[in-house]
Design a protein around this ligand. Structure first.
Ligand code: FES
Length: 236
């Protein structure tokens, strides 16, 4: 199944292999498609929809949609950028994100995405939901105020750590990350060395006592916009 596939993104010819997703092929070609829930090495589940592209005129999640010969993909259009920006805006107001007080600032993919999209202040009203913090574990804490429900910790714990420490409970605005214990994270077998402990794109799942090891201003997205590592890999 190493059949070569040719398709276009915004008019640029892209070569891919059978079985790759649009997002994987785009990454290899140095074309950045914004994403939040996708994490390399995990089975993509297409929950955040930030990676939405138009495929032959229809919206699809680039992280789950396989490449097909001859498809015409649109990525960088005003309509798609507005759609993505609206999703990012909604994530900010559906949680309690105070970047200036968050240890993840500068390494946070949501914050970096907001900067990339030029969001200085959300356009929707804040909802200030009541969310809880679980600091019961000696080495890891959960701050649900910052959780964007991407599911990375759920997939990482289940598929890589083989533990299923995390899962979702509730629906709609009541949906939240839960742990596989009667009570708190401290009652699970979660370990600071679990891959899940460092899978969070925001500051919702954090490792204790390592805060500010890298000073603010010197962090990953303080230096370069999110996605620039993919764009700078473009060969031509
Ligand atoms: S990155 Fe594709 S749906 Fe989230």
């Amino acid at each position: 199944m190493s059949e070569n596939i040719n398709f276009t993104i915004d008019g640029v010819e892209i070569k891919a292999k059978h079985g790759e997703t649009i997002l994987e092929a785009a990454d290899k070609a140095g074309v950045y498609i914004p994403r939040l829930c996708y994490m390399k090495g995990l089975i993509p589940h297409g929950s955040c929809r930030v990676c939405t592209v138009m495929v032959n005129g229809r919206p699809q999640a680039a992280c789950t949609q396989p490449v097909v010969n001859g498809i015409v993909v649109e990525n960088n259009t005003p309509a798609l950028q507005t759609h993505r920006r609206n999703l990012i805006d909604m994530l900010f107001v559906e949680g309690n994100h105070f970047c200036m007080f968050c240890e993840k600032s500068g390494n946070c993919e949501l914050q970096a995405m907001a900067y990339r999209f030029g969001i200085a202040a959300p356009k929707y009203p804040y909802s200030f939901p009541a969310k809880d913090i679980d600091a019961s574990h000696p080495d890891i804490f959960i701050d649900r105020n910052r959780c964007i429900l991407c599911g990375r910790c759920v997939s990482t714990s289940r598929d890589i750590d083989g533990k299923s420490t995390f899962g979702f409970v509730g629906r709609g605005p009541h949906k939240k990350i839960a742990v596989n214990a009667d009570k708190d994270l401290g009652d699970t077998n979660a370990d600071v060395k679990d891959k899940a402990a460092s899978s969070c794109p925001v500051g919702a799942l954090m490792i204790k006592r390592v805060g500010y090891a890298v000073p603010l201003g010197n962090r990953k997205y303080d230096k370069k916009p999110i996605g620039s590592e993919i764009e700078s890999s473009k060969s031509n």
